[in-house]
Design a protein around this ligand. Structure first.
Ligand SMILES: Nc1ncnc2c1ncn2[C@@H]1O[C@H](COP(=O)(O)OP(=O)(O)OP(=O)(O)O)[C@@H](O)[C@H]1O
Length: 556
């Protein structure tokens, strides 16, 4: 985890000292700001890290508030701290239930589902009333927390614990998995990440923190938890980039200070909502919230060394052994009326780098998608003799079948180290990390991926796959976006993968020079069927292949 900066310590000291500096009304406002910051932080973890939308965060806070109000109104002999924790747990449970639709729907659909919950919760809070709300029974705080200053520090402690927990999680494997899910669920699954589990954890953590904030609020009216409040909260979280602690504090501060300023000026509260709506538009235009963009702008381009080609002849495709690693038999893939693959069979042997070539639309990516479990198919796929049918894509990845994607699917917010360790599924030893960084041409393991050029990111993707020590690797145009010299150097590295990493490779590639350097054998697909297969030089010279695919370029 990164060190806490000097400014953070100064900010913390100021926060701790505030009760000695502020009159009681302002201390009340400051306590509200801390609670609002906690609520915004809970939303920041969900949206900023995992890319999930919740438009019912205030309703979840309402669950926590309702539980505390219930204990209080019925004068149950439960300590206040425990009341607040039970409220947080209740919200956590409901958060997981709200998270369940996220396993099927994303983006705007998920937003609608969560907004639906907010509407239902609003109705329930209004019908049920907050316990004790009608008679205006205030939440009784224990003696230790009775003073405003003590309660302020208590709320500050709760916020700091949640900030610490969130930061720890965001630097953990779970946090990296959240970022992977945010960026591409397919790529996350291809890394072996349990996407559903990662999403539900994000909802649970976020909802628990929201429920905690609600329990601390101590307000006993349904109007405090209305759906519009959730919308404004969401807008403020996006505007600042609330997965940064400073962002959460800024949003929390604004959510109390702006209404206060507007009411003192005699202006409509709707102006505050307009301000946040405008802020969201700005954030969308800038590609992130205030603190997100600032962090990105601070990053310096990482030093990337180009891959060197090995001395001529030292990197040759290795000879395949007798043992099949990946067997594809009678594979057919259909998208609606489009027959992408028809009865394709091929075998990848240990020690082999097998090329898969063919014209655009021949079915190469469909084969990789089917074998790695991303599209339904007919036929059979076996990894080291074990049928993979019935296994989800993440399970196939964990079984030792790893793949890359045609487009760059690395995770921009992660450091090179965090990305490699997420891809490997474990902490790498220093020599393993150095080896993977060298493959990508990187020196600094902490370089954020958004500071890398596309070539380095593509190599890092391959390095991450290899760090997982898979049995079979499916590479879908890994040289796309690389210069000719870099592509050829990468081809030589790919040729060495079986010997250095013990994995057999299926390589999809359009650049025939890359294919020649990396692959001992190739399979040619055309219109979803195998047109030719055999040693690279022979196949590339075959008149059938030249006519169907390569044309003059190779024949020359
Ligand atoms: N999701 C999809 N829905 C419908 N048709 C699809 C889908 N994906 C691919 N296809 C079609 O399936 C066929 C095979 O496509 P695929 O992408 O597998 O070919 P490819 O050989 O990988 O092409 P390229 O070299 O351009 O990547 C094409 O006709 C394509 O239009």
């Amino acid at each position: 985890m990164r060190r806490v900066s000097g400014w953070s310590w100064i900010g913390l000291l100021v926060l701790v000292a505030l009760p000695g500096l502020l009159p009681s009304y302002w201390l009340f406002l400051a306590t509200g700001m801390l609670i609002a910051s906690l609520l915004t932080w809970s939303l920041g973890l969900l949206g900023g890290l995992a890319g999930l939308v919740s438009l019912c965060q205030l309703s979840l806070a309402g669950v926590g508030g309702w539980v505390v109000a219930y204990f209080n109104a019925n004068e149950l002999p439960v300590p206040f701290v425990l009341q607040v924790l039970v409220g947080a747990l209740a919200a956590l449970g409901i958060g997981v239930l709200i998270g369940l639709p996220s396993l099927r729907v994303r983006g705007v659909h998920l937003a609608v589902v969560s907004l639906g919950f907010a509407a239902v919760a609003d109705l329930a809070f209004t019908l049920l009333n907050f316990p004790g709300g009608v008679i205006g029974k205030p939440v009784v705080r224990p003696g230790l927390l009775a003073s405003d200053a003590a309660y302020y520090w208590f709320c500050l402690g709760a916020l700091l614990v949640c900030l610490g927990l969130g930061l720890w999680l965001s630097h953990s494997r779970l946090g990296s998995a959240w970022r992977a899910v945010k960026h591409s669920e397919r790529a996350a699954a291809a890394m072996g990440i349990n996407v559903s589990g990662a999403k539900l954890w994000a909802f649970a953590v976020s909802a628990g923190m929201a429920g905690l904030a609600g329990g601390l609020l101590g307000l006993l009216s349904a109007s405090n938890f209305a759906p519009t409040g959730s919308l404004v909260l969401f807008a403020s979280a996006v505007m600042v980039g609330a997965h940064y602690p400073a962002g959460a504090l800024l949003a929390g501060g604004m959510s109390w200070l702006i209404p206060e300023a507007l009411s003192r000026l005699g202006l409509s509260q709707n102006l505050g909502n307009l301000f946040f709506a405008f802020g969201v538009l700005m954030a969308l235009k800038a590609g992130g919230g205030i603190f997100e963009v600032a962090a990105r702008n601070r990053a310096r381009p990482a030093v990337v060394r180009p891959l060197a080609t090995s001395p001529s002849g030292s990197a040759r495709p290795s000879q395949p052994g007798p043992k099949p690693v990946l067997e594809v038999q009678g594979l057919s893939v259909r998208y609606g009326t489009v027959q992408a693959l028809t009865q394709v069979s091929l075998t990848l042997y240990e020690g082999q780098v097998l090329g898969l070539i063919g014209p655009n639309g021949a079915g190469k990516s469909s084969l990789v998608d089917a074998v790695s479990g991303f599209v339904p198919y007919q036929g059979q796929v076996r990894l080291l003799g074990r049928p993979l049918e019935g296994l989800a894509s993440s399970q196939r990845a964990r079984a030792g079948l790893r793949r890359s994607f045609q487009q760059d699917r690395t995770i921009p917010e992660l450091s090179a180290r965090a990305y490699l360790e997420l891809a490997a599924g474990r902490t790498l030893t220093p020599p393993e990390l150095a080896e993977a960084l060298a493959f990508a041409g990187l020196e600094d393991p902490e370089a954020p991926l958004y500071a890398l050029d596309v070539g380095a990111r593509r190599r890092l993707e391959v390095a991450g796959i290899l760090a997982a020590r898979p049995k079979a690797v499916l590479l879908d145009e890994p040289a796309a976006g690389l210069s000719a010299a870099e592509s050829h150097a990468l081809a030589e590295r790919i040729a060495q993968i079986p010997a250095l990493y013990g994995a057999a490779v299926l390589l999809i590639e359009h650049d025939m020079e890359v294919v020649r350097r990396a692959c001992g054998e190739v399979v040619v697909l055309d219109f979803g069927e195998v047109l030719e297969a055999g040693p690279t030089a022979e196949v590339l010279a075959s008149p059938k292949v030249v006519a169907a695919y390569l044309g003059e370029e190779v024949a020359a």
